[in-house]
Design a protein around this ligand. Structure first.
Ligand code: SF4
Length: 275
């Protein structure tokens, strides 16, 4: 019996399937939740602080306002399911919040927020490919309009920028966002950019006819590969240094685990969530 197709594709799912098809199966087909980590929860907190900052009048977006935005976002953490599940020991809280504050402050070394004119924040966009029926989704950290009317897609990253030889591969997500903007607004963004707060660098690219066609082909090819893997119930494990951080190690045959046990565990988790 074929496995069900995932309901949609997104930049994070594209990257998950490219990194390891088996981990993608556990995440997107079996819908086994991944465990929150300190970097992911901290990243969400920093994103929330910067989103709040962008809702303020441009002239008032300074370091002290950003600190207040971080404090407001932090005040909501106790009710956040990921923060609760993370269960960070009390003696690590000070370091966690100090790191978040350092990252929010670092943002001001990357760009001047008083010059940013946001068109959308945490912008949800979708596009259904008429030929395959594939639903492509994305949540853009920030879409802005520059003074010449050009659109810019911006994604914040709380880690450090990659080695230049991997930089292009890390741009796939923002190019997918650019593609979604073009499909939804009828205009191709003039620029896509990643703001790396960890080492305060900007990596930018200019979408072109060629890059847009390349993204369309890549997304289509990945969807075809997922469709075939579902039909054959065959999602291959791809061992790499990323295995160290994989949430599904105990169910991975390459690590001595059992896929069947993972599938049963995921079904139980889904049933408990539905209760
Ligand atoms: S442990 Fe490695 S090979 Fe196994 S599922 Fe995870 S990422 Fe894939």
């Amino acid at each position: 019996m074929a496995l069900p197709l995932p309901s949609s594709l997104s930049p994070s799912k594209i990257s998950s399937f490219t990194d390891c098809p088996l981990a993608f199966r556990f995440e997107a087909i079996e819908r086994m939740p991944s465990k929150p980590t300190v970097p992911t929860v901290k990243g969400t907190l920093v994103h929330s602080a910067l989103e709040r900052l962008m809702t303020l009048d441009a002239a008032s977006r300074d370091r002290s306002a950003a600190k207040e935005c971080l404090a407001a976002a932090s005040a909501e953490l106790p009710a956040d399911p990921e923060w609760i599940e993370l269960a960070l020991p009390a003696d690590e809280h000070a370091q966690f919040f100090a790191d978040a504050e350092r990252l929010v402050d670092a943002y001001f070394n990357v760009e001047d927020p008083t010059n940013v004119e946001p068109t959308g924040l945490e912008l949800h966009l979708e596009y259904t490919d008429p030929a395959s029926g594939m639903l492509l989704r994305g949540i853009i950290d920030r879409l802005e309009t520059e003074s010449d009317g050009g659109l810019v897609v911006t994604d914040y990253k709380t880690g450090k920028s990659p080695n230049p030889k991997y930089a292009q591969a890390r741009m796939v997500g923002v190019h997918v966002y650019s593609y979604l903007v073009e499909k939804n607004y009828g205009h191709r963004p003039k620029r896509v950019q990643l703001l790396y707060l960890g080492d305060q660098k900007v990596v930018a690219d200019l979408p072109t006819d060629q890059s847009t066609r390349g993204i369309e082909r890549k997304v289509g090819a990945i969807w075809d590969a997922i469709t075939t893997a579902c039909e054959r119930e065959n999602f291959q494990a791809r061992v790499s240094p990323l295995c160290k951080w994989c949430d599904y190690r105990e169910f991975c045959p390459e690590q001595g685990g059992s896929i069947e046990l993972g599938v049963k565990t995921a079904a139980k988790l889904r049933a408990s969530r539905a209760d």
